[in-house]
Design a protein around this ligand. Structure first.
Ligand SMILES: NC(=O)c1ccc[n+]([C@@H]2O[C@H](COP(=O)([O-])OP(=O)(O)OC[C@H]3O[C@@H](n4cnc5c(N)ncnc54)[C@H](OP(=O)(O)O)[C@@H]3O)[C@@H](O)[C@H]2O)c1
Length: 329
């Protein structure tokens, strides 16, 4: 089969190689193998290529952490998933999704929403699950609160904007550049700040009558975190989601003490490992929100399998909006 493989760590466009004769992976106990229909690019794919992700699969490996796929074969001890099922989920590395075939743990294979095509369905797992657990389980977002989302036109950011609106929050999005401003507005953000041209802290304070944002969704770190700490509300919650800027903040805890706010870590993958039932329930809730028209993955580009490495590089460089889906069939 065709599969992209990483043989050494480095920049995605340099180290990802498309190979044409890779053996199709075989499902182990509790796993299924599946024909990939579409795989969405995530920032962690770039971190995997660089060897900087929290998981470091042995070399060589195939990146691609999110797919819509059709089950071909089930391994021993699998219940509830059968050949022919159209599922979404995270592949079991080293057999990632930028390939014709992949392997998933049955516990992380969920029915693909019927109302979403393959590309959109492939973008309906990691970002929405992360947003759901972050906003509701970790930060306790309430209707009427103000939610500030950094990288609001990006992958996890665009999902957080939609989830914030679905929860009845007022959403302020922060983005870099005119094109992304338009995307964040179209997603439903009530107010959009262009970080290249505007003072994020001043805009948020003015828009909230000086109170600040109740919940901050931060997949960026670096300067974005510093700005958040300056415009978070009394009893606010800053969700630490990721570090796309490349800088992991080291905040002075005295500041959290004097301003009465919480710094809340979020590693959604741990929920997937420790509490698959909670992930399944969240998936059902999220599918119901799709049916109501409240969530629609923002797939702004569809590229063929041959273009996967270049797509991962563009996400790594912050040059994309929404999601880039690699369509395989
Ligand atoms: N905690 C979890 O469980 C979890 C789950 C999934 C993903 N994540 C993390 O979430 C982050 C975002 O992932 P994603 O796939 O959704 O990516 P993404 O948001 O589509 O891309 C990153 C965005 O960050 C912004 N950015 C600001 N400074 C940047 C810089 N120096 N370099 C690159 N981008 C920069 C850019 O948006 P603007 O130009 O608009 O600011 C860029 O588009 C990653 O760090 C990922 O690891 C965490």
């Amino acid at each position: 089969m065709k599969a992209w493989r990483v043989l050494e760590h480095g920049e995605p466009s340099t180290v990802m190689r498309l190979e044409h004769d890779v053996p199709a992976p075989v499902p182990g106990s509790g796993q299924v193998s599946a024909q990939v229909r579409a795989a969405t690019v995530n920032f962690p794919d770039a971190l995997l290529c660089r060897g900087q992700y929290q998981v470091r699969p042995p070399l060589p490996f195939t990146p691609g952490i999110e797919v819509c796929a059709q089950v071909v074969e089930v391994g021993p001890d699998v219940d509830g998933v059968a050949p022919g099922d159209r599922v979404v989920g995270s592949p079991s590395l080293p057999h990632g999704g930028f390939a014709e075939r992949t392997v998933l743990d049955a516990s992380s294979s969920h029915p693909a929403p019927a109302g979403l095509d393959d590309a959109s369905a492939s973008a309906f797992y990691v970002a929405y699950q992360t947003g759901w657990f972050g906003l509701h389980v970790r930060a306790g977002l309430r209707a009427g609160e103000t939610l500030l989302v950094h990288a609001a036109a990006g992958g996890v950011g665009s999902a957080a904007v939609q989830l914030g609106k679905a929860a009845g929050a007022r959403v302020i999005g922060v983005v870099g550049g005119d094109e992304k401003v338009a995307v964040a507005r179209a997603l439903g953000a009530d107010l959009v700040v262009d970080r290249h041209r505007e003072d994020v802290v001043a805009v948020v304070k003015e828009a909230t009558g000086g109170r600040g944002a109740d919940v901050v969704y931060d997949p960026v770190g670096g300067d974005a975190y510093t700005q958040s700490s300056k415009c978070v509300a009394f009893e606010g919650r800053i969700l630490v989601v990721g570090f796309a800027s490349g800088t992991i903040p080291t905040p002075p805890l005295g500041h959290a003490l004097v301003k009465n706010y919480s710094i809340v870590g979020l590693h959604w993958g741990l929920y997937a490992q420790r509490d698959p039932d909670a992930v399944r329930q969240a998936h059902d809730t999220l599918c119901a929100l799709v049916d109501k028209g409240l969530l629609t993955p923002l797939v702004s580009e569809r590229v063929g399998l041959d273009a996967a490495a270049e797509a991962v590089q563009r996400v790594a460089d912050g040059r994309t909006t929404g999601r880039v889906a690699v369509t395989v069939v």
